[in-house]
Design a protein around this ligand. Sequence first.
Ligand code: C5P
Length: 413
Amino acid sequence: MASPDLVPCRPWQGRRVLLGVTGGVAAYKAVQVARNLTRLEAQVDVVLTRGAQEFVAPLSFEGVTGRPALTELFSTDGAAMHVRLGRNVDAVCVAPATADFLARAAQGRADDLLGTTLLATQAPVVVCPAMNDNMFAHPQVQANLNMLKARPGYQIAGPTAGPLAAGEGEGPGRMLEPHQIVEFIGRALGEEKVFSGLHILVTAGPTREAIDPVRYLGNRSSGRMGFAVARAAWRRGAQVTLITGPSALEYPVGVNSIEVESAEEMYRAVSEIIGAADVSIFAAAVADFRPSISEAEKLKRESTGEEVAFQIEANPDIAIETSSSRKPGSVTVGFALETSDLLANAKKKLDEKEFDFIVANDAMGEGSGFDVETNRVAILSPGSDPEMLPLMSKDAVAEEILDRVGRRLSSEL
Ligand code: C5P
């Protein structure tokens, strides 16, 4: 089975991506980009510059995409390949983009297949620089980059600081990781006018309620559903703030991620932001209760004896307590994870918490609920019949939720 992030889904599935590879050592990572995109069921055409072929063979790309990798501007495969490529593509990504490529692209050079295709296309272009950190900091490289940044449809992705091939690397220069590049391509493919520039707040994960300095009350939430929503919202063009309890998941690229521990901390973080949010999506599994007193020292068996009694008190209900601070006209989505009477309980929470939508899932259902990669949900909104969705990946559920939010936002325009 494909790993969770590579289950075919929007916005990649069935879309055409042109991957340009230029001559830097990070070219080996471009093979993984091509493979991930192919597993997401995008159709990937790869164009290698002459420099790229010094690092990685066209055959490696053919092997993972199942399509011929392209290298020649002048070939017998048919005239004006660059024009056809440029026209028939939904997004272009250049990874790695070397300093030489940035200079050539900034000038609009057209003496190889990649350069000509970039001039011929009207598709969005994602540029992923990769080079030595001193080279990247050079004013000429920065000037070239700024020219590309200013070009409509161009997005610069990375680089980051981190280990470089030559070992050193204080400043940025390292190319983004393949899965992050795939997300940037997802944003180029998925951008939607209605979401563009909107501020979307997402809560995710469990909360931890301290018992003593080393122990806590918690729950089995992994954060997957909320993280999937945050990624999907960013891909649609939103500015996303993710407030998450402790999760083992990597923070999504492009998203402003804030980690909190307890429900109280999550409440404070949400309170600060919610007034500016056009959409708020409460996917966190917030602990409803916390120990009344968190011990300053680790509880020890010698002092507690065989039985420990806790006083438990209620946590703030974040959705309710912050409801009066919501931005007027904003859209709010909640989740309900239930073990019985799914729809009735979800409907009650929809009303009580003044959500525009609630996503109900059955904690006991197969492939549904906490710590699994899939979900079977029903979506409820005031005054409509519940919509029962089939079992699907959490990424696909996130898209379904945002479709409905998008329709609501468009109808309010
Ligand atoms: O835990 P419960 O099923 O009541 O959660 C329903 C919704 O309320 C979820 O969207 C959850 O994120 C939110 N919630 C909250 N603060 C709490 C408990 C739940 O915002 N203390």
